[in-house]
Structures are given as structure tokens and as C-alpha cells.
Design a protein around this ligand. Structure first.
Ligand code: PGA
Length: 251
């Protein structure tokens, strides 16, 4: 039985004051009881503050990106060990915004996933196709190659054993267009089967989150699908009530 996970990806949003209000609101809501795993992924500069605000709760902390390097002369970068050092349990990697705006390709994302795992972090590997790719009937081929960058190496496979996969169709991110529960389920089943072909136990056990315009009013029907084990939430993770409704839908 896979325990659902809901991860809030704040992206490049927030401030010290906003973080304070958001976490206070979420913690109040959690007093009513949430049985899913929940993680909050704020921008790097707020990790320590948010980590402090989450102290004593069951809510985990995560980063949104990390360097593939261990340490050294990489101006502007943040090392995996640093995320672990400030209390992160998770790190989002290969998000489509990183892939498209910062040129991260499958090989670089795979290196980051392996480096994050080596530092004791749980990688959240994002995969997903663009609208053009879907319309050209290349959805499975694109997602397969994003997965294979990890599945085809021993270190990649080992890193996924502590990790999570997030299927995020790029055309659904921040657009208000959600994949239908059946469209999402079909891809989640494809992903699970691809992982299982390499490692049957991992295929059965790995959590696969759906991301892309998940809101309070559509989360329950998505999470009801057999291979959807929670969500990676962007915009709605910045609103206390929406985020709490989504967390409650993931029981
Ligand atoms: P969204 O973002 O929920 O705002 O669509 C999801 C994501 O990018 O992880």
C-alpha cells in the first residue's frame, strides 16, 4: 500500500511574511488531521525559515532544484548536502520549468537525482510531455526517455528507490487545464509499468504524483485513480484553504 504524498511547489513566490502566514494556516488546518505525507518546497532563501516554522509538525521540507556537484567553485549554486543540512527531506528535480527555461536535459536531471540521493535526499523526479509532443503522439516516447535516463543505470535505479516520480503534462502546468483523471491514470500506469520492467518491486512501491493545475475541486477525482499517489501542487499550494483541501483529498 503506497502512502500518498502531497508536495507544495511554491516556485519563485513568497516572502518572509507570506511564508509565516501560509505555514501558520496550514498547521492550523492539520490539527484536524491529515493522513497523507505532505512536503513544502519554498525557494532556497526561505528554507531555513520554513523549516523552523514546520518544527514539531509532520510536514516535510523540500528544495525545488539542486546542483549536480558536491561542493566547490559553482557560483550561485546550492549543493545537495546543503539542502540536507538545512533540514530538507525532498528535492524536486527535472521540473519542466527547469528543463525548458534553464536547458536541463535528461542526462543533467539524472545526474542531479543521483547526487541528491547520495546526500540522503529523496528526489521527486518530474516527467511530462508538451502539448506539441502529445499532439504528435509522442507522449509515451518522451516520458520513457525521461525515465530511462535513470532506469538504465545502477545509480539511477538506486536513487529512484528512495524517490518519487511526478507526472506533469507541461500543457497542464499553471494553465488551468488539468489532464482528465483517465488521461493521467493512463500515463501513471505506463510509468509504473516502465519502472516495473526494470525492477518489479520498485514498480509496485514507487509513488507517482500527478501535477498540473490540481485544485481543491479536482484533487479527489485524480487521487482516486489506481496509480495516482498524490500530487505536486504549484499555484494552489500558495492558498491555505486550497492546499488543505488537496491534502485532505489524498487520504
Ligand atoms: P500548477 O503547477 O499546480 O500551478 O499547475 C504544478 C507544478 O508546476 O508543479
Amino acid at each position: 500500500m503506497r502512502k500518498p504524498l502531497v508536495a507544495g511547489n511554491w516556485k519563485m513566490n513568497g516572502s518572509r511574511d507570506a511564508a509565516q502566514d501560509l505555514i501558520a494556516g496550514i498547521r492550523r488546518g492539520f490539527e484536524a488531521g491529515v493522513s497523507a505525507d505532505v512536503a513544502i518546497c519554498p525557494p532556497f532563501v526561505y528554507l531555513t525559515q520554513v523549516g523552523g516554522l514546520l518544527d514539531g509538525s509532520d510536514i516535510a521540507l523540500g528544495g525545488q532544484n539542486v546542483s549536480q556537484h558536491e561542493s566547490g567553485a559553482y557560483t550561485g549554486e546550492v549543493a545537495p548536502a546543503m539542502l540536507a543540512d538545512v533540514g530538507c527531506e525532498y528535492v524536486i528535480l527535472g521540473h519542466s520549468e527547469r528543463r525548458s527555461y534553464y536547458g536541463e536535459d535528461d542526462a543533467l536531471v539524472a545526474d542531479k537525482v543521483v547526487a541528491a540521493h547520495a546526500a540522503g535526499l529523496k528526489p521527486i523526479l518530474c516527467v511530462g510531455e508538451t502539448l506539441d509532443q502529445r499532439e504528435a503522439d509522442r507522449t509515451e516516447a518522451v516520458v520513457a526517455s525521461q525515465l530511462d535516463a535513470l532506469l538504465n543505470s545502477a545509480e539511477g535505479l538506486a536513487a529512484l528507490k528512495t524517490g518519487v516520480i511526478a507526472y506533469e503534462p507541461v500543457w497542464a502546468i499553471g494553465t488551468g487545464k488539468t489532464a482528465s483523471p483517465q488521461q493521467a491514470q493512463d500515463m501513471h500506469a505506463f510509468i509504473r509499468q516502465r519502472v516495473a520492467a526494470k525492477d518489479a518491486e520498485l514498480g509496485a512501491k514507487i509513488r507517482i504524483l500527478y501535477g498540473g493545475s490540481v485544485k481543491g475541486n479536482n484533487a479527489a477525482e485524480l487521487f482516486a485513480m489506481a496509480d495516482i499517489d498524490g500530487g505536486l501542487i504549484g499555484g494552489a499550494s500558495l492558498q491555505v484553504d486550497e492546499f488543505l483541501t488537496i491534502c485532505q483529498a489524498a487520504q
